[in-house]
Design a protein around this ligand. Structure first.
Ligand SMILES: Cc1cc2nc3c(=O)[nH]c(=O)nc-3n(C[C@H](O)[C@H](O)[C@H](O)COP(=O)(O)OP(=O)(O)OC[C@H]3O[C@@H](n4cnc5c(N)ncnc54)[C@H](O)[C@@H]3O)c2cc1C
Ligand code: FES
Length: 402
């Protein structure tokens, strides 16, 4: 709490108070009789589930597609929950009898949600379960089940600087496309300089869409950073190589603070985080989107030695207890899912707390960059199964999947 208060800008906060006061005064003093406005709004913004169907599919190269999703009134969803640009949806699928969940950022704008459409853009991950399934199976008309929009990767005027350098890699462009469109629509008020890393000019996702947004607003500027040599001359305004501290400095303001937002694959974070250290930015000005599940914990320098290859997990969910066996290379959540036990999940990155469970016996390893637990969680032995890897046999209480 103290650290989140410290990260706020009180000058900005005070400047917003008069506007807040005006809104209070303009609001009706009493609710209309018989209405329960707060509950109606809460349900519309945070539905437990949204039942949608695929309305259109757009190919984006050999291994990536965008899916337009619209409400499916026949299954009870008549309107889409609104969201702040940068949020993700958790997709629920049943693949070979196994309940699978994965997070996908909404690449369309908040305005489009009000018009009845979300777009998800999904890139194939080699050997991946959900991305392969979606790319092979979702066609026009496919029913889709998703969560309410979730996540905290969004612009917060009280915390973030007015100028934001956004660093994207590959499919990490999706939340930034939504933010850029929201700026052009007047729904977000900040200046975005997007350094977007792709392999080649042809591999750039949403190249035309980004160019269109740049034409609509001078608050969005896009610089493509290409890592592979391309034949012919470099296009004007394109950078070569990787996103380095030097490159960020070239485009960052020199006379005022700026925020850095980062979204891309795990390997990009490891590289860019080292570059960001050179810039000595205040911690509150650096924001990372989560990158999803962690694989291969044994590659981490602080992973203990002498961990057995397999372990047993005794798990109780809603008065039912089962004992299953799994590999210590898998997270507790993956082991349970592989054994047909569905665990509540949203981000699968340790951040949302949705899978919060009680560890009654045994030890787990949590990679450093996925350790979002609070002090009380450590004190009372609570873990997030999505990013906890068993080191010994475990006994655990898990909430029922929602
Ligand atoms: C907030 C958020 C937003 C996201 N937004 C997007 C988006 O807009 N678009 C998008 O395409 N993706 C997005 N992702 C990533 C997405 O959630 C999935 O992680 C991605 O689609 C891969 O899922 P999968 O089931 O296909 O792969 P998985 O089955 O989870 O496998 C992932 C990779 O790990 C490897 N692997 C699996 N098991 C092991 C193991 N034991 N050891 C070593 N390696 C292993 C697989 O071979 C594969 O290469 C987002 C993630 C988060 C957290
Ligand atoms: S699913 Fe979000 S913390 Fe585990």
């Amino acid at each position: 709490m103290a650290s989140s208060i410290k990260s706020l800008d009180f000058k900005k906060f005070l400047s917003m108070l008069p506007d807040r006061q005006e809104r209070f005064e303009a609001a009706p003093a009493t609710l209309p009789p018989g209405s329960d406005q707060a509950r109606v709004i809460a349900r519309a913004l945070h539905p437990v589930r949204q039942y949608l169907r695929v309305a259109a599919v757009t190919e984006r190269g050999a291994d990536c597609k965008s899916f337009d999703l619209v409400p499916d009134p026949e299954r009870g969803t008549t309107a889409l929950a609104w969201f702040g640009a940068g949020k993700y949806l958790t997709v629920f699928e049943t693949i070979e009898g196994m309940r699978v969940t994965r997070a996908y950022s909404i690449s369309s704008s908040p305005k489009q949600a009000l018009e009845g459409k979300y777009t998800l853009t999904i890139k194939l991950v080699e050997g991946g379960l959900m991305s392969r399934y979606i790319l092979d199976n979702w066609t026009v008309g496919t029913p889709v089940e998703v969560s309410a929009p979730s996540g905290s990767f969004e612009y917060q005027p009280l915390r973030d600087a007015k100028k934001v350098i956004c660093l994207a890699g590959g499919s990490g462009i999706t939340p930034f496309l939504s933010m850029a469109a929201a700026i052009a629509d007047g729904d977000e008020d900040f200046e975005m300089t997007l350094l977007y890393g792709s392999r080649t000019w042809d591999a750039i996702l949403f190249r035309d869409e980004l160019a269109e947004i740049e034409k609509k607003t001078d608050k969005v500027k896009v610089i493509h950073v290409l890592s592979e040599k391309t034949s012919g001359r470099m296009r004007k305004g394109t950078e070569k190589g990787f996103i380095t501290a030097e490159l960020i400095q070239k485009y960052a303001p020199t006379d005022e603070p700026y925020s850095v937002f980062l979204c891309g694959p795990q390997q990009m974070y490891a590289f860019v985080d080292k570059e960001l250290e050179k810039l000595n930015l205040e911690r509150k000005y650096i924001r990372h989107e989560m990158f999803g599940e962690f694989h291969d914990p044994a590659s981490q320098p602080d992973y203990p030695s002498d961990v057995p290859e397999t372990v047993q997990i005794t798990v109780t969910i809603q008065d039912e207890t089962k004992t299953v066996t799994g590999s210590t290379g898998d997270s507790v959540m993956q082991i349970l899912e592989k054994n047909g036990i569905a665990v509540p999940a949203r981000c699968r990155s340790g951040e949302c707390g949705f899978c919060h469970s009680h560890l009654l016996a045994g030890k787990v390893y949590v990679p450093k960059n996925m350790e979002y637990r609070r002090m009380a969680d450590h004190k009372f032995d609570c873990i997030h199964p999505c990013c906890s890897f068993p080191l010994t046999n475990l006994v655990l209480n898990v909430p029922a999947a929602r």
